[in-house]
Design a protein around this ligand. Structure first.
Ligand SMILES: [Zn+2]
Length: 253
């Protein structure tokens, strides 16, 4: 079976909305229900530099929710606090991974409070920079109703550690033969070229796009663990080589 999902990251009050609306129009034209990574209280200076403040931010989030888009809790403030690369070692920066459980709980509690106040149902968790750890999962269990994580390296959704996991594997739409693939776009920084490619892809393959309610979850096996560890090992080896090259380049300068 072949299924595609699409996730847009970094919705916040300082977005350049024109960049987002072209995605929304495209999805609505083909009745695709994307996952939207909504930042509850953005304090990321990079994202704050993007545009003017939108006073109707939460009203917009509610409208997206009413259209059937899936709303994800994209961390709390989207502010990186350390260089921990978390469970999947995807990036060396995190708002959660490596922090004490009580600190992570305080963040999740604060995020849950904002979503409740704004009458928005966040049905999955999306860690900024894909970085979180088992304490983040405990914090979610204790302080939220979220049971699904939008992250992971495998080829299909699975259940593990009491959560449903929907892997996020590709930064752009890519033709595949089978399995379930999430394409992860960042509308703020997405080039026109990448967007036009997505338009063409969706025109051809829109019937393959599903929403999260259509998914089936398999049990996580030892083989899945080994596959995941292999991906992580390959990534770490690549990072290690990059670091060595950077180090020697630094010395030769
Ligand atoms: Zn983000």
């Amino acid at each position: 079976m072949l299924q595609y999902l699409i996730r847009l990251d970094d919705l916040c009050p300082t977005n350049d909305l024109q960049k987002w609306e072209r995605f929304f129009k495209l999805f609505d034209r083909y009745e695709i229900k994307p996952i939207i990574a909504v930042i509850p209280d953005n304090q990321d200076p990079k994202l704050n530099a993007c545009g003017s403040f939108n006073p109707d931010y939460w009203q917009m989030v509610r409208q997206l929710q009413d259209k059937g888009y899936t709303i994800g809790m994209h961390g709390f403030e989207h502010r990186y606090q350390n260089k921990n690369s978390g469970l999947f070692k995807l990036n060396r920066r995190s708002e959660f991974a490596g922090l004490a459980l009580h600190t992570q709980e305080a963040k999740i509690k604060a995020a849950v409070k904002i979503f409740k106040r704004e009458n928005v149902q966040a049905s999955l968790f999306i860690a900024p920079a894909h970085t979180f750890d088992t304490n983040t999962l405990i914090a979610l269990v204790r302080n939220s109703e979220i049971q699904t994580i939008s992250d992971g390296l495998l080829k299909s959704p699975y259940t593990r550690l009491g959560f449903r996991w929907i892997p996020v594997q590709l930064p752009e739409a890519t033709v595949k033969a089978n399995n379930t693939w999430t394409f992860n776009y960042h509308p703020e920084t997405c080039s026109d070229e990448a967007f036009y490619k997505l338009e063409e892809f969706i025109a051809k393959y829109h019937t393959r796009f599903v929403s999260i309610s259509d998914l089936n979850y398999k049990t996580y096996t030892l083989m899945d663990y080994l596959t995941e560890q292999y991906f992580i090992y390959m990534r770490l080896t690549k990072d290690f080589i990059k670091d060595i090259i950077a180090h020697f380049r630094g010395i030769s300068l």
